[in-house]
Each structure stands twice: as structure tokens, then as C-alpha cells.
Ligand binder design. Structure first.
Ligand SMILES: *[C@@H]1O[C@H](CO)[C@@H](O)[C@H](O)[C@H]1NC(C)=O
Ligand SMILES: *[C@@H]1O[C@H](CO)[C@@H](O)[C@H](O)[C@H]1NC(C)=O
Length: 378
């Protein structure tokens, strides 16, 4: 009697200790997933999340509750949305493959209205994007799927998961205080394969590498506070701001800082790109420590990136600093090209230590600043 009382107490304490130390692993294999590369992982992710993860989240430490995809090969044949997700960890140790399915559309993994989610590897997602773009044709399956989206998410982290060849964009993050770091994206050298598209406040991308044919680490509106450090971009369209879309009003991008970026074989180095009919503000942007190798348009601000030449816009671009740029552009393009709206010239564009080879002469239209010969003072 007495001893069973003590066993009972010990059991209770044991349970209590287990909950408090709180490491709970919810494996997709217990909820219908099969690592056979043919059973759809999508429903198992949803079921694991609903039946195991949600009921067991009791702390705000994301790594306390894992939605675990163990090592093995999985087919992800349907999209999954984690809505109102908070305080858990999608831990992908396996390799996830997308099928080719012309009807597959949307985003494969969406986190929506989320808070403090960790998405990490060491696994990988293989998008098989090339199958959706036979012979490089981007028009055949225009609704082909995107890979990962954090939509209205704060304090999230994505790291150490490899992403290969999404049918469309790889990672979109919208929200505040999110971090993407220590990961690689590798895709075909073709358009609509964006690496990281970031918007919101105080997001941070560091120690990532992107090989694709479109945006590397790019800032979208609205953004207030963005930091990118130690970025490598291969065959990309560069680290850009924009574009903002035709007729965009209320563009608001401020306090952006890029540092220690290596860009090779690229369609651009850094661009602020807009349509000539946009309105709003881009200000206080710093690019420092860029190493370029065969980057067309190494430094380019264009209000006329797309949308013709009809100069009706009033996008105010000011306080943009380019410092410590070294390496090569391409022999047919200017090293620095500033092409701004007449009504709102680009102001306080500052250059220092710009040393670019294999370029044509810099050109400046409706822009003023310091640090390059031929650039008007403001
Ligand atoms: C898994 O299936 C996908 C698509 O159906 C295929 O591309 C991939 O090579 C397969 N992976 C393995 C390891 O067999
Ligand atoms: C400009 O942006 C940086 C961050 O990149 C920030 O530290 C600084 O305070 C901003 N300056 C102004 C005048 O807002």
C-alpha cells in the first residue's frame, strides 16, 4: 500500500518532469507518412500537426515540440497550410520530392499568422522545377507551385534546409523579426525562381547562398529595417529592392543594410527597380562590401525597369550608399546606372571605394549625390 503510493507519486513526478523538460517528437510516420517516395506526405503533415503538435505545445520554446520528418524519401504531392501556428519546430531530416503534376498549384508549405516557428533541416526539398518548364518555357504551367511561404509571421527562423529547383519562388517571408540563415538554394538558371523575397520589419538573412536565375535576397515593400550579411549569389538577378509593380502607390522601404555579398555571373549586382508610374519612398539603404564577378548592371537604380518610358512616377529614392564594391561588370553595361523620375530625382546617392572593371561609362539621369565623377551634387 505504502510502496504503491510512492510508486504513484514517482510516476506522477516522472510525468511532470517529462512535460517540463518538454521534448516531444511528433513523427509523421505515426500519422500516415511512408518514406517510400510515393505516398503523399501532405495529409500526414497536417494530421501530425493537428493531432500531436498542437495539443502538446505548452511552452514558447519552438524546439520543445517537433513535427518530425525522419530520414527517408517522401513525396509531397499536395499543399499544406499551417494556420495560426506558434511555438513549434518543423524538423525535416528526410528528403522531400515534388512530383510533376500540372494541376499542382499554390505554395507547398505555408505558415500563416504564425509566431516563433523554427523550420530546419538537415533535410532537403527537391522541387523538380525543371519539369514544369520544359525547354525553359515559363508560360506552359504559369500556376506551378511555390515552395515555402511565411505569411504574416513573426519571430520565425528557417535554417539548414536545402531547397532545390522549386517550380516557382523558393522562400517568401512576410512579417517581422524573422531570420533565414545558414542554408542554400540551388535552382535552374531561369526566371521566376526567386531565392528569398522579404518584406516586413527587422527581418534578417545571413550566411546563405543562392544559385538560380532570378532574385537572390530581395526586399519587397513594405519594409522598415532589413539586414543581409554574408550572402553568396550565383547566376541570380542580384540582391534587389522591388520591383513594386505597375502603378504601385505607397511604396515604403526604409533602413535596409546589405553587407559582405558575393555575386557572380549575374543579371545585376544590386538594383532598386520600379515602374515609371510608382509612388512612395525608398530611403536609407546601404550596400557595403560587395565582390562582383561578371555582374551585368553592378549598381543600378531604375524607375524604368519595366513599364515603358512615360515618366509619370513620384517614387522618392534617397540616402542610398554604395561602398566598397570591387570586381567586374560586363563590357557592354555601365558600372553605375542611375535612371530616376524627373519629378523626384534620386537624392543623396553616395559612393565610396567603387572599383569595377569591364564596364562602360557610368550614366546618371535625374540623380544627385557624391563620390563619382559626373554625378551632380545635390
Ligand atoms: C522520388 O520521386 C521523385 C518524383 O516523383 C523523383 O524525381 C526522385 O528522383 C525520387 N527520389 C528517389 C531518391 O528515388
Ligand atoms: C538607417 O538604417 C540603419 C539600418 O540599416 C539604421 O541603423 C539607421 O539608424 C538608419 N538611419 C536613419 C537616419 O534612420
Amino acid at each position: 500500500m505504502l510502496s504503491s503510493f510512492f510508486i504513484g507519486v514517482a510516476l506522477l513526478m516522472g510525468l511532470h518532469v517529462q512535460t517540463a523538460s518538454a521534448f516531444i517528437e511528433c513523427s509523421v510516420l505515426d500519422y500516415g507518412a511512408v518514406a517510400d517516395n510515393s505516398t503523399d506526405l501532405g495529409p500526414a503533415l497536417t494530421k501530425t500537426w493537428q493531432e500531436c503538435v498542437i495539443p502538446q505545445v505548452t511552452t514558447t520554446v519552438a524546439t520543445d515540440v517537433l513535427l518530425y520528418v525522419p530520414a527517408g524519401n517522401y513525396l509531397l504531392a499536395s499543399t499544406v497550410t499551417f494556420d495560426d501556428a506558434a511555438n513549434w519546430n518543423l524538423h525535416i531530416a528526410g528528403d522531400i520530392y515534388l512530383p510533376f503534376n500540372p494541376d499542382l498549384t499554390g505554395t507547398m508549405l505555408t505558415f500563416e499568422n504564425c509566431e516563433n516557428i523554427l523550420l530546419n533541416g538537415p533535410g532537403a526539398i527537391y522541387g523538380n522545377g525543371y519539369r514544369y518548364r520544359p525547354d525553359g518555357d515559363l508560360t506552359l504551367y504559369p500556376s506551378r507551385p511555390r515552395l515555402i511561404r511565411f505569411q504574416t509571421c513573426n519571430n520565425c527562423e528557417i535554417t539548414q534546409v536545402f531547397l532545390y529547383d522549386a517550380p516557382m519562388f523558393h522562400v517568401t517571408i512576410i512579417g517581422d523579426n524573422n531570420v533565414a540563415h545558414d542554408m542554400a538554394i540551388i535552382a535552374s538558371h531561369i526566371g521566376e525562381t526567386d531565392g528569398f523575397d522579404m518584406s516586413g520589419n527587422n527581418n534578417y538573412v545571413h550566411d546563405v547562398s543562392v544559385e538560380n536565375g532570378d532574385e537572390c535576397v530581395t526586399v519587397k515593400t513594405p519594409t522598415n529595417g532589413f539586414l543581409a550579411e554574408r550572402i553568396t549569389c550565383k547566376w541570380t538577378a542580384g540582391c534587389n529592392i522591388g520591383s513594386f509593380g505597375s502603378g504601385a502607390t505607397g511604396v515604403d522601404v526604409q533602413n535596409v543594410y546589405y553587407s559582405d555579398v558575393t555575386i557572380s555571373n549575374s543579371d545585376a549586382g544590386v538594383m532598386i527597380k520600379s515602374y515609371p508610374n510608382c509612388q512612395g519612398t525608398v530611403k536609407n539603404v546601404t550596400y557595403t562590401g560587395f565582390t562582383l564577378d561578371a555582374a551585368a548592371y553592378p549598381i543600378y537604380i531604375s524607375a524604368f525597369w519595366e513599364g515603358g518610358t512615360d515618366d509619370t512616377g513620384t517614387l522618392e529614392i534617397s540616402d542610398v550608399t554604395f561602398e566598397n564594391f570591387a570586381g567586374s561588370g560586363t563590357p557592354t553595361r555601365p558600372g553605375v546606372l542611375l535612371d530616376c523620375n524627373k519629378a523626384t530625382p534620386c537624392e543623396s546617392i553616395t559612393f565610396s571605394d567603387i572599383s569595377l572593371t569591364d564596364t562602360t561609362a557610368d550614366t546618371f539621369t535625374n540623380a544627385c549625390g557624391t563620390g563619382l565623377s559626373g554625378l551632380e551634387a545635390c
